[in-house]
Design a protein around this ligand. Structure first.
Ligand SMILES: [Mn+2]
Length: 335
């Protein structure tokens, strides 16, 4: 079978399961971004509209949602795993690997796993995997499913889909933005989404602490390999000094990526390790390519993570110097 046939088969199988099964649990990846929350909420609403019994589960550490996404919580997001998990189909959304889904028992104890995602390096961990790496976002796949399943788009679902679309396409600026993403946007506006308030909520109303954190990160930028690598490290001390939260580091990388000459942008930020990983601080590294042909997901995989060719990340115990040397050598190899 051709890849297109395999894709169509997987899609049909997923649609069949969504139509015929009655009980579901929906989940997404840890530290959910706009596409993760958007696809979780939209998938839950889609199933509810079809009369299904569906429980949307998030990790305790992921509630409350960050400020930008609070308005999307138009379904109950719970941290308790349903007791009848063994009778429920788990729908994983926007999860490239099982490791990214923090609610352990759902990986092992659900009746079956349906994996809906757009990461090209998705590990295909599901009983059914619908991975469409051409889609800009997981919400774009779900948008298609509303149409395939003849479920009318209500305003709250459209808003959830829109937030996922806007965030995963970098406001329609990344390379994953195609005709389909714009058609989807038009359809969501037709369903009643008002883009300006969404933009305001996502990108304005910026807490001062976030801008102060950006200032410290920019001050510490390093330009390596003749400016082809633009790197910064956000330390715990920066969060403490500014009063910023972990999620306030989002967006710093776009400033680095935009610098002339940059082929690889990297933001490392120190995070307090999960209790299960022992005491101490680990470093999360986000990578972006400037569209210059570097596959940053390959670099991320070499560091133990994953992602998309243009946007990826990994978590490491490397210190700053070791990390910069790692990125420099990977950048040289990518030439
Ligand atoms: Mn995504």
């Amino acid at each position: 079978m051709s890849t297109a046939d395999v894709q169509r088969d997987a899609r049909d199988t997923v649609l069949h399961i969504l139509r015929t099964e009655q009980r579901f649990v929906t989940v997404t990846h840890e530290h959910p971004d706009g596409d993760a929350i958007g696809s979780l909420v939209a998938a839950t609403r889609l199933l509810q509209a079809m009369g299904k019994d569906v429980v949307a589960v998030v990790a305790p550490g992921d509630l409350p949602l960050s400020r930008e996404y609070l308005a999307l919580a138009t379904v109950d997001l719970v941290t308790a795993i349903p007791e009848d998990l063994a009778d429920r189909t788990a729908v994983f959304l926007d999860c490239g690997t099982l490791d990214r889904m923090p609610v352990g028992p759902i990986r092992t104890d659900a009746q079956r796993i349906v994996n809906i995602d757009h990461h090209h390096d998705n590990t295909r961990f599901g009983d059914v995997d619908f991975v469409d790496s051409v889609a800009s976002s997981t919400v774009e796949i779900l948008w298609g499913m509303f149409h395939d399943l003849d479920v009318p788009l209500d305003l709250d679902s459209a808003k959830a889909l829109y937030v996922g679309l806007v965030t995963d396409t970098g406001q329609f600026m990344y390379e994953n933005t195609g005709e389909s993403a714009h058609r989807m946007a038009a359809d969501l506006l037709h369903a009643g989404v008002d883009p300006f308030p969404v933009y305001r909520t996502l990108y304005e109303g910026v807490p001062w602490a976030k801008l102060a954190l950006l200032g410290r990160a920019i001050e510490r930028v390093r330009r390596e390999e003749d400016g082809q690598l633009t790197f910064t490290l956000v330390r715990r001390a920066d969060y403490e000094a500014t009063g910023a939260e972990d999620t306030d580091s989002e967006g710093i990388i776009d400033h680095l990526r935009a610098v002339s000459g940059t082929r690889l942008a990297a933001v490392a930020r120190e995070v307090v390790a999960d209790p299960g990983d022992g005491p101490g601080v680990r470093t999360k590294v986000s990578l972006r390519s400037s569209g210059s042909g570097i596959d940053v997901s390959a670099i991320a995989r070499a560091g133990g993570g994953g992602g998309h060719p243009q946007a990826a990340g990994f978590t490491t115990d490397m210190g700053e110097e070791e990390l910069v040397q790692f990125l420099r050598s990977r950048l040289r190899d990518a030439r």
